[in-house]
Every structure is written in structure tokens, then in C-alpha cells.
Design a binder for this molecule. Structure first.
Ligand code: F6P
Length: 548
């Protein structure tokens, strides 16, 4: 059985209303699951027990249990790069590190200890800037998985930021992004962390180069040599120590990464250094503990009570059974506003593939298009489409029950909107209901007949509501691990390699070709590899440069 067989089970679902399923009074209680401090209500999904059963069977027949064991034990699941997938071991107790990593455990444990010491020394001022001042700002340079994890956690955990240190993240190659940082940073008290697993990513190297020039220029009169400025103010996190030292970073300030940690799963490694510098070791360890708690749940819970497995199977039901192409991530929480972007990479870069792990072309669809925005902002952006377009867009609502501010009336409104949107997306509004509402509002019959159709809502949009008691390092860790495991399960069932990302290579190759072509004089703008459209655009770019 594979996902193409699901259509035999979807006939009822495609014609029934989700709302009618609540005639089963036990539904709202049965379609929930708790794990690692999180609570998932999936009762608003368009599914019943007799449809869930074949999904669990599919999971079992796909060998999910064996794959979970293989992942946690370090088998090379990333077969196109001959790598293990062991980001989970980074948040496990040292004993598990030793059991799984063997000799390499010592390097991992020592790196964690070194990271903790750096955090303590920077926060205490024991390690300070070349001008003898405490560092006030941390500038993290990185992109993709070397950016999103730090970004989402820094945004989510503001109440846990230590006094005296501010964090800034620089990802985009657009010089405007760096310029924005220069405008607010004081080079003499800025510590830079370059994060790049390969230390070869064009955007990160270009940004590191201009930040280095900015800092050396700003500190030219500090009486300290450029080498000492970099040695004092710069750290790097990479597997490529050689390239990082060639860039000028002191080898003692380079924290290793390992090839068995995928970039988009690397927050738990020294990639998290900028975060740990800001929230401190205790809270960074709580983040990892939350993720580990979800790992333990994922490893040991029966599939029928396993939160990541249930979310994964519901996603496959919506994607491959009911044919819905998108997934909306709607955190009803300002502090989680970076989560949709983070999950775009984690989900779409992992499972946005159409070739199986064995290299066969798939005859079914895989990852949905993931998008989203924090609520309630999304209600004033794309909710119109979600309510009244013909497209049904499954949605994950994510909410902290406890407010993250003292404004309780605002929090009540936030919670009410979150619950109301999931209800409205499910219930919709029929033509008859719309007309009755209009008549009851005093609109005459003719006007009501004219407007009613415009006020109907399709409804029947399935959603999950994921609750945490409060947003703190532990619950954030559990949340991020939940989605990591959900994506893992979907990758297993879709039989794709969730841990490589060859799809980003062609754009990089052609980017280098365009850069090369652009470097020639206008009369020599030619390339066999580029269309006349792109060549025309390059000429227009170069022509405009002459005007600015
Ligand atoms: O997006 C492609 C990608 O390779 C991601 O997988 C990775 O997180 C990002 O680029 C940055 O790569 P690096 O950490 O090597 O700079």
C-alpha cells in the first residue's frame, strides 16, 4: 500500500461536512493528543476512525517504526550524501551521545562545554572587546538553516533575553540588510558569529566580507591589529574549519558542526550560539530539553497516540487523499511570527521532491506549499481567500494559552480569533444562512437575494489547533522537534530523502554564470547557458548601472 491507494478511502470525506462529524459527541475528546507539554486538537480534520486506520496501517507497512529506530541510532538515512541524521543526539543526555556517536561523542560534548563557556565569558565580560568593553551586540551571519532556527528562537524567547546583550541576524545578500545593521551597531562592542555548515555559501561569505571591512574600518584607530580584532570579535560555526581559518577567524573561536546534522535541523548544535549568548545556557538547555522530551514521545508512543505521527498522517490524508496542495501555518502569537518562514525551509526543503530515495520518479505528490503569518495579521491578508476561494487550505493554528504580555484583553481577543477562525473555516456559511442573516438585518428580499451568494463561505477546511500552556524555551523546543518529526514521518511514507537539498544547486550554478556574464563589457554579454530573456535583463541591469 502507498499513498496512491488513499483515494479508495476518501469518497465519503470528499462529500461530507466536517461539522456533521461532531454529531459524534465523543469526537472532540477523542481527536486530541498530548505530548511533551503540547496539546493537539485534530477534531476539525476531515477524517473518521475508519479512515485513520488505513493511514496507521500505511505507516506500519512503510516500516516507520524501523526507520525511527534507524534514525535515532545513526544509520545513514541521508543516502545521497551518505550521512546519518542525528540532530536529535545533540539534545540527548551525554550517555545517549556516547551510545550513538561512540568516539565522536567526546568532540560533541566538548563543543557543548566550550559553547557554554563562551556564553558565560561573553555575558560576564570575562571575554570582552579589543577596546576592553563588554560586548553589547551579537551579529549572526548565516542563511537558510544557519539563520532560520536562530531567528525563530530569538523572536520567540524575548522574555528570556539577558540584559546587556542584543542579537541581530544577517542573512540576505542584499547589501541593504547589512547596511541596516551597520546603522545600529557599534563595531567596538559587536561580536560576530559566522554560521555556515559549508563555509562556502555565497551570501554568507559576501556578508562576512563586508562586515569584516566595516569592523576593521571602524576600529582602524583602536591601536589593535586587524588580526587581533578578528581574533577577539569573531567566531564561526562550521564543518569547514580550513575555510573559516582562511577567512581569518582564530581556530580557537571556530566551533565544529558535523555532517550528520542537516542545516535546517541544526539549531541544537553550536549554530545556536547566538541564541545561547542571548538567552543564556540554562534557557538554551531548556530548549534542548523540550525537544528531547518530544523525541522520547516520538520514539516510544504508539502511532495512534503519537503526535508527530498523527500530524504527519493527517497531512498525507489532506495532501494525497483529499488533494489539498497547501498548508497554512498560523501561529496566533506575535512571538512566533518567524515560525512560518522557519517551517517553509524545514518542510519544503526536506520533502519538496519528486524522486524517491531509490531514484525512481514518484507517481504521487509530496510536500505541500507551506505559507503563513502570525495571527491575527493573517486575517487581514489571506483569510479572505481561505474562506471564499474554491481552494481548501488545511491549517495549523498554534497558540500559547498563557499570554506573553500583560495585556489580557488583547490576549483574550487573540485566543478568541484563533478559535473562531478554525470554527469559521470548518463551518462556513450556506447561501440560506447568508440570506437569512441579511433579511434579519433588515435587508429587503431583492437585496438579500442579490448579496447572499457573495456572503457564503465554503467551510469544510480542516485544521489542527496546537496549544502550549506558555511559550517558553521548553515548549518552543518541543514545538520545533514536533515539526521535525512530522516531516521525517512524511518523508518516510513518501519514500523521499528528507535530508538532502540538491534542488538548490541549479540556481546557484546559473547564478555564478550570470555573475560571470555580468562581469563582461556590454558588447560581450553572451552565454550559451542563458536565454535571450536573461541576457536582455543583464544588459538592462548593466545599462542602468551606468545611469546611477
Ligand atoms: O538552502 C540551501 C542550504 O544548503 C540549506 O540547506 C542550508 O541551511 C543553507 O543553504 C546554508 O548553508 P550553509 O550553512 O552551508 O551556509
Amino acid at each position: 500500500m502507498d499513498v496512491t491507494n488513499l483515494s479508495q478511502f476518501t469518497e465519503q470525506a470528499l462529500t461530507r461536512s466536517i461539522f456533521s462529524l461532531f454529531e459524534d459527541r465523543t469526537r472532540s475528546e477523542n481527536y486530541t493528543v498530548s505530548a511533551a507539554g503540547l496539546f493537539l486538537d485534530y477534531a476539525k480534520q476531515n477524517i473518521i476512525d475508519s479512515e485513520l486506520a488505513p493511514l496507521f496501517t500505511l505507516a506500519k507497512q512503510t516500516g516507520l517504526a524501523e526507520k525511527i529506530s534507524a534514525q535515532f541510532s545513526g544509520e545513514q538515512l541521508n543516502s545521497t550524501e551518505q550521512r546519518a541524521v542525528l540532530h536529535t543526539v545533540l539534545r540527548a543526555p551525554d550517555k545517549i551521545k556516547v551510545d550513538v556517536l561512540g568516539e565522536q561523542a567526546e568532540e560533541v560534548i566538548n563543543t557543548e562545554a566550550k559553547m557554554a563557556t563562551i556564553v558565560d565569558d561573553i555575558q560576564s565580560g570575562k571575554v570582552c572587546s579589543v577596546t576592553g568593553e563588554k560586548f553589547t551586540d551579537i551579529l549572526a551571519i548565516g542563511i537558510g538553516g544557519s539563520y532560520y532556527g536562530v531567528k525563530v528562537a530569538l523572536s520567540a524567547l524575548v522574555p528570556y533575553h539577558q540584559k546587556g546583550l542584543k542579537a541581530h541576524v544577517l542573512a540576505n545578500v542584499d547589501g541593504d540588510a547589512a547596511q541596516e545593521k551597520f546603522a545600529k551597531l557599534n563595531a567596538s562592542t559587536t561580536l560576530v558569529v559566522v554560521i555556515s555548515k559549508t563555509f562556502s555559501t555565497q551570501e554568507t561569505l559576501l556578508n562576512a566580507t563586508i562586515v569584516k571591512a566595516w569592523m576593521l574600518d571602524a576600529l582602524a584607530d583602536s591601536g589593535t591589529s586587524p588580526a587581533d580584532i578578528i581574533a577577539n570579535h569573531w567566531y564561526a560555526v562550521s564543518t569547514n574549519v580550513k575555510a573559516a581559518t582562511e577567512f581569518g577567524i582564530d581556530e580557537n573561536n571556530i566551533l565544529p558542526m558535523w555532517d550528520w546534522v542537516g542545516g535546517r535541523f541544526s539549531l541544537w548544535s553550536a549554530v545556536g550560539l547566538p541564541l545561547a549568548l542571548i538567552i543564556g545556557n540554562t534557557h538554551f538547555n531548556a530548549l534542548k530539553a523540550g525537544a528531547h522530551a518530544m523525541d522520547e514521545h516520538f520514539k516510544h508512543a504508539d502511532f495512534e497516540q503519537n503526535m508527530p505521527v498523527i500530524m504527519a498522517l493527517l497531512g498525507i490524508w489532506n495532501r494525497n487523499g483529499l488533494g489539498y496542495p497547501s498548508l497554512a501555518i498560523l501561529p496566533y502569537n506575535h512571538a512566533l511570527r518567524a515560525l512560518p518562514g522557519y517551517l517553509q525551509q524545514t518542510d519544503m526543503e526536506s520533502n519538496g521532491k519528486s524522486v524517491s530515495i531509490d531514484g525512481q520518479t514518484l507517481n504521487y505528490l509530496t510536500a505541500p506549499v507551506v505559507f503563513g503569518q502570525e495571527g491575527t495579521n493573517g486575517q487581514h491578508a489571506f483569510m479572505q481567500l481561505m474562506h471564499q476561494s474554491a481552494d481548501i487550505i488545511p491549517t495549523d493554528f498554534i497558540l500559547s494559552l498563557a499570554p506573553t504580555s500583560k495585556h489580557l484583553a488583547n490576549h483574550d481577543a487573540l485566543v478568541a480569533n484563533c478559535f473562531a477562525q478554525s470554527e469559521a473555516l470548518m463551518q462556513g456559511k450556506t447561501l440560506a444562512q447568508a440570506k437569512t442573516e441579511l433579511l434579519n438585518a433588515g435587508v429587503n428580499e431583492a437585496q438579500a437575494n442579490r448579496l447572499a451568494a457573495h456572503k457564503t463561505m465554503k467551510g469544510n477546511t480542516p485544521s489542527n489547533t496546537l496549544l502550549m500552556e506558555r511559550l517558553d524555551p521548553h515548549s518552543l523546543g518541543a514545538l520545533l522537534a514536533l515539526y521535525e518529526h512530522k516531516i521525517f514521518v512524511q518523508g518516510v511514507i513518501w519514500q523521499v530523502n528528507s535530508y538532502d537539498q540538491w534542488g538548490v544547486e541549479l540556481g546557484k550554478q546559473l547564478g555564478n554564470e550570470v555573475l560571470n556574464v555580468m562581469s563582461h563589457p556590454m558588447a560581450e554579454i553572451e552565454s550559451e547557458k542563458l536565454s535571450s530573456s536573461s541576457l536582455g535583463l543583464i544588459r538592462r541591469y548593466k545599462d542602468n548601472l551606468n545611469k546611477v
